[in-house]
Design a protein around this ligand. Sequence first.
Ligand code: DX5
Ligand code: ZN
Length: 229
Amino acid sequence: MIKIAPSILAADFAELGAAVRAAEAGGADYIHVDVMDGHFVPNITIGPPVVAALRQATTLPLDVHLMIEAPERYLADFARAGASILTVHVETCPHLHRTVQAIRDLGVRPGVTLNPATSLESVREILPYVTQVLVMTVNPGFGGQSYIPTMTAKVARLAAMIATLGPEADGVDIEVDGGIDETTVGAVVAAGANVLVAGTSIFRHEGGMTAGIRSLRAAAEAAQRNRSA
Ligand code: DX5
Ligand code: ZN
């Protein structure tokens, strides 16, 4: 099933409550929250107190993307703040299985993500333990970047890897993040992605946010129909 996850990185940070309420009213499935520490990525954004405030503003699942070094230090704080999904970068986790188990033990859905140049082999062994794999389709750190075209084939290889594992990795979602808009979403959904993060193309859509969500979903669902046809 296609899920649309607006990234609040592209919203007005002085009006975050209004932004997530509008995203929920506009038909979003998740709210994507980008946490950056100025170390793993060059940018600094938000932490657990803001996640806790967002938790009060929406009933949608909060899909929290941790672009931070040593994320295990903060898992409990983000769980307490109300994160529904916690996604960690494989590049930051020398003990990835332990970190994923720690997320599960907190009652949160675990996700893993990898940078554009990181090999899919780095997630193969963790697939049975996670609910989603996020394929970064830009280098993490900033919104508004261009989709990296070779990531479409990477998503297709990941979909094949998940299919090969059969029941062991049944139901693992493939999320994509970065440069997703009406022009790029079709190919990546046809390749196997089903959770679509979008900041710029939703919050800065010329027809408004609801139009942005609707047109992204329409393009994605059309591509998914062609895929299964
Ligand atoms: C980038 C973030 C993304 C970002 C996507 O590091 O992980 O979630 O907000 O922004 P757009 O959709 O504008 O590329
Ligand atoms: Zn993100």
